[in-house]
Write a protein that binds this ligand. Structure first.
Ligand code: SF4
Ligand code: SF4
Length: 402
């Protein structure tokens, strides 16, 4: 069996002192109560065709990216040493906590409580732990990978952790990518803590690692935490795509959340900053049905070589006004001017490109040469849909489940 990422080797790193200088995590978000203008409303969450989704789930089940493309993932990790290294100790401690929470046995007795009261207690605990917000959805086998690591229980708790604002504005850079790694580490550690809370109340809870055992963005939308941006990311009203998504399943009976219309589809249609600024034109400006979900499907074959070799790229996150300013500020500005805040300005759309050290302003994009797009060391078979023989999933949570 081929194993990747060396999680077992990573774990002893948790004994080292943490000298990462990781930024403090932002306080939990308050509930959004802003009325969305009627002219921005389209539909809650995403438009979906349930029969089409089911057909695809049966004929082409979803698989976790790193298992399907182990050669590409090795290349990415190898090229990402500079941003992974500062976060290694934090990641190792988080994986250790995840494994400890996984092994913990649930208490023998459960309190007599209603789903509404339990959900309310869970939200209070999530806030106390420092998660930005949680959402709750049904565990949907269509969006769970066939080969999974953590135990699959009926309900999914989606845990969001906002990543540092200042570091994110330095995209594309190793510093900004480290912010994402710190976010994952905090997210795993805090999700593990929330699992411990449920287990002490007698419920089963299975926290998942940073790659997730299912399509994290699907669950973010399903639980009303945000909507899909044209950039293919979960846009939340508070932090745009500047948050990490961690999943946990549980058998606790909880009140489910519903998809919400935050008006983000229309904001995207008026903005299109990511479409204009992607250096390789990987983002379409219109949506169409893909696996039964109406979305702007990124051209992965164009995006991946850039992500792997240009400090994670993520220009589509850097230039996103929702990420930088939050939805409230965008709505205020639009009400006064009819325009999307920041669009066309260097503050929002400008960035330094790590491959030539030049600054690019709004509408300017660097040339990405064949040496990047056709790098023979980056093996990426776009047509492959399932893990090649002998590849097993990354086992973040270890083999035992409490
Ligand atoms: S990560 Fe970079 S290459 Fe990929 S879609 Fe975003 S801007 Fe384009
Ligand atoms: S940059 Fe603009 S178009 Fe792209 S995801 Fe953000 S809001 Fe939507």
């Amino acid at each position: 069996m081929r194993r990747r990422w060396g999680i077992g080797l990573l774990l002893p790193a948790r004994f080292l002192p943490d000298r990462s200088g990781a930024p403090a995590v932002a306080p939990p978000w308050t509930e959004p109560d802003r009325k969305i203008p009627d002219d921005l409303l389209t539909y809650p969450g995403e438009k979906r065709d349930l029969d089409e989704e089911q057909r695809f789930a049966e004929s082409e089940p979803l698989n976790e990216f790193f298992s399907v493309h182990p050669e590409a993932s090795e290349f990415i990790v190898d090229h990402g040493r500079n941003f992974i290294k500062p976060a290694v100790v934090k990641l190792a401690r988080a994986v250790h906590r995840l494994r400890r929470a996984t092994r913990m046995k649930p208490a023998a007795a459960r309190p007599a409580t209603s789903p509404a009261d339990l959900t309310s207690a869970l939200r209070i605990e999530a806030e106390r732990i420092g998660l930005s917000r949680i959402g709750i959805a049904n565990n949907d086998p269509k969006y769970t990978f066939p080969v999974t690591d953590a135990e699959q229980l009926p309900t999914v708790i989606v845990c969001l952790v906002e990543q540092d604002w200042e570091l994110t504005q330095k995209i594309p850079s190793d510093e900004a990518e480290s912010a994402a790694m710190f976010g994952y580490a905090e997210g795993m550690a805090r999700t593990a803590q929330l699992a411990g809370f449920l287990k002490r109340l007698g419920y089963r809870a299975a926290p998942q690692g940073l790659t997730g055992d299912g399509l994290t963005i699907h669950y973010g939308v399903a639980s009303g935490l945000g909507q899909l941006g044209l950039n293919g990311q979960l846009l939340t009203p508070e932090a745009g795509s500047r948050c990490r998504i961690l999943l946990m399943t549980t058998d606790a009976e909880l009140t489910l959340d519903e998809p919400i219309d935050f008006g983000l589809h229309k904001v995207c249609d008026e903005c299109q900053a990511c479409v204009r600024n992607c250096p390789v034109g990987a983002i379409p400006k219109t949506r169409k049905s893909y696996r039964g979900v109406v979305k702007a499907k990124l051209n992965t074959a164009r995006c991946l070589p850039v992500v792997a070799q240009a400090a994670g790229c993520a220009i589509c996150m850097k230039v996103c006004p929702v990420q930088r300013y939050g939805l409230d500020a965008i709505l205020d500005h639009r009400e006064k001017t009819g325009e999307i805040l920041g669009v066309g300005t260097d503050e929002l759309e400008g960035y330094d490109w790590p491959l030539d050290d030049r600054h690019y302003g709004p509408g300017e994009t660097p040339q990405v040469g064949e040496e990047i797009m056709q790098n023979p060391d980056l093996v990426f078979d776009y047509g492959r849909k399932t893990p090649p023989p002998g590849v097993e999933p990354i086992r973040f949570t270890g083999p035992k489940h409490g």
